[in-house]
Design a protein around this ligand. Structure first.
Ligand code: PLP
Length: 422
């Protein structure tokens, strides 16, 4: 085992103490999603002070202690022990950008049911989207279907491509909320012509929290020989992801949101059969290496290895709990929130209540109240942090594993007081 691997093994050992909690609980009895003692024990793994309820994971997650410790320990090691670095093959290295980083790519592959060769590490979702948008051979007159008002990190690479090279972006605009999943399929199909080459699909849109039926859409795209690119920034670590079942050509995400990984981590999955069609955007030594899969797409020069150590830990942490269990838990909390919101006069839920379109994210507003006023009221009166999106849509409240039933109820109680006050 190389020194780098042995350091990581040691770091894992050092942090095993804080990992024992989920391991222990899981070994004792498989917790049901509603086993509140399990979740309240798990909450102690996070640094957010107990009195503060953080509901803005859609912007940035809070890493558990085990992840933060791994990053800090590794950064300390790099700066302290750098003189030991002999730069020989098979010995520990101290940076990223010049190695395939297979261990972490393997773990990501396991998480989303891909192969390590299909995974490129990036800094975030925006990198992933740009690598695909720039890397595909598209020609003047080719069309790319993109959701209007999709997050810039899932959309603008296509717009740049359009402006510079004339691969036309065609926008589709879903209703908010859409009536059902079929409406979203119809939207993309209606916009499609014989010139359409790509469907750029947000898995879960950022501002209005629209969940797209990606598996069915990717299937229909493939039937038409159209490449399907899924923006997974809001879904990895939130919903259980299986890219093979999804059938997409590419999926990119920001693990620093729902996967609770260090800030500035990301990955791009490109299906094996599609990989030869994607050129590298950033080029260094291995830009044209077609033997090592998506390593070609990781030619961006020096990066921070400590973040990858933390990313591996975040995946371990998530996998110990289990993707399905996380998904059930966050949707369960959000269902409780939505049920409560529906009972409060003047509150409007703008994300979907359709049974197949529920997620951990809810967009809601209070008639006549600016979104920022709702956001600030909740924080100032009860230390509940939601994010204001727009006055039309209201605020976004993302339930994650560090949230609890009590925090959801605290939101609802404060909101009742706010509405009563007028
Ligand atoms: C749907 C979606 N796509 C892309 C992004 C961009 O993420 P990042 O800034 O981490 O690249 C976000 C960020 O909120 C998002 O919600």
């Amino acid at each position: 085992m190389s020194d780098r691997r042995s350091f990581i093994a040691k770091a894992a050992g050092a942090t095993a103490a804080s990992m024992t909690f989920p391991d222990r609980v899981l070994a004792q009895r498989p917790p049901r999603a509603s086993a509140s003692d399990y979740w309240s024990e798990l909450r102690k793994e996070f640094l957010i002070p107990p009195g503060e309820a953080f509901f803005n994971t859609g912007t940035l997650g809070s890493s558990p202690r085990v992840v933060l410790d791994a990053v800090v320990q590794h950064m300390t090691h790099v700066d302290r022990d750098i003189a030991h670095w002999d730069y020989k093959p098979d010995h520990e290295n101290f940076f990223t950008g010049y190695y395939p980083e297979l261990p972490v790519r393997r773990k990501i592959a396991q998480l989303i049911n891909a192969t390590p060769e299909e995974i490129a590490l990036t800094q975030n979702a925006t990198f992933g989207m740009n690598f695909v948008a720039n890397g595909l051979d598209l020609h003047v007159g080719d069309e790319v279907i993109v959701m209007q008002n999709a997050h810039p990190g899932g959309r603008c690479g296509w717009e740049l491509r359009d402006k510079r090279y004339g691969a036309n972006v065609k926008y589709v605009t879903p209703n908010i909320p859409p009536k059902d999943p079929q409406e979203l399929i119809d939207l993309y199909e209606r916009a499609t012509t014989p010139q359409t080459r790509v469907w750029a699909i947000p898995h879960l849109s950022s501002t209005a929290a629209i969940l797209f039926p990606v598996a069915e859409m990717c299937k229909r795209a493939r039937e038409r020989n159209i490449i399907s690119i899924v923006d997974g920034a809001q879904t990895c670590g939130h919903l259980a992801i299986d890219v093979k079942a999804m059938g997409c050509d590419a999926y990119f995400t920001s693990p620093h949101k729902w996967l609770l990984a260090p800030k500035g981590t990301g990955f791009l999955y490109v299906r094996k059969e599609t990989l030869p069609r994607v050129w590298a955007t950033l080029a260094s030594a291995e830009w044209d290496n077609h033997r090592d899969g998506a390593y070609r797409l990781m030619q961006y020069g020096t990066g921070n290895l400590s973040l990858l150590v933390g990313l591996e830990k975040a995946i371990d942490f998530h996998m110990v709990i289990g993707s399905q269990r996380v998904e059930q838990r966050v949707i369960g909390l959000a269902d409780r929130l939505r049920a409560g919101l529906q009972k409060i006069d003047g509150v409007v839920i703008n994300s979907s209540l359709h049974p197949q379109m529920r997620t951990g994210t809810t967009i809601w507003s209070v008639r006549g109240k600016p979104a920022v006023e709702i956001q600030d009221y909740l924080w100032n009166t009860t230390r509940v942090r939601v994010r204001s999106m727009s006055d039309a849509l209201g605020v976004r409240q993302c339930c994650h594993i560090y949230n609890s039933e009590a925090e959801v109820d605290r939101t609802l109680n404060a909101l009742q007081r706010m509405v009563a006050r007028g």
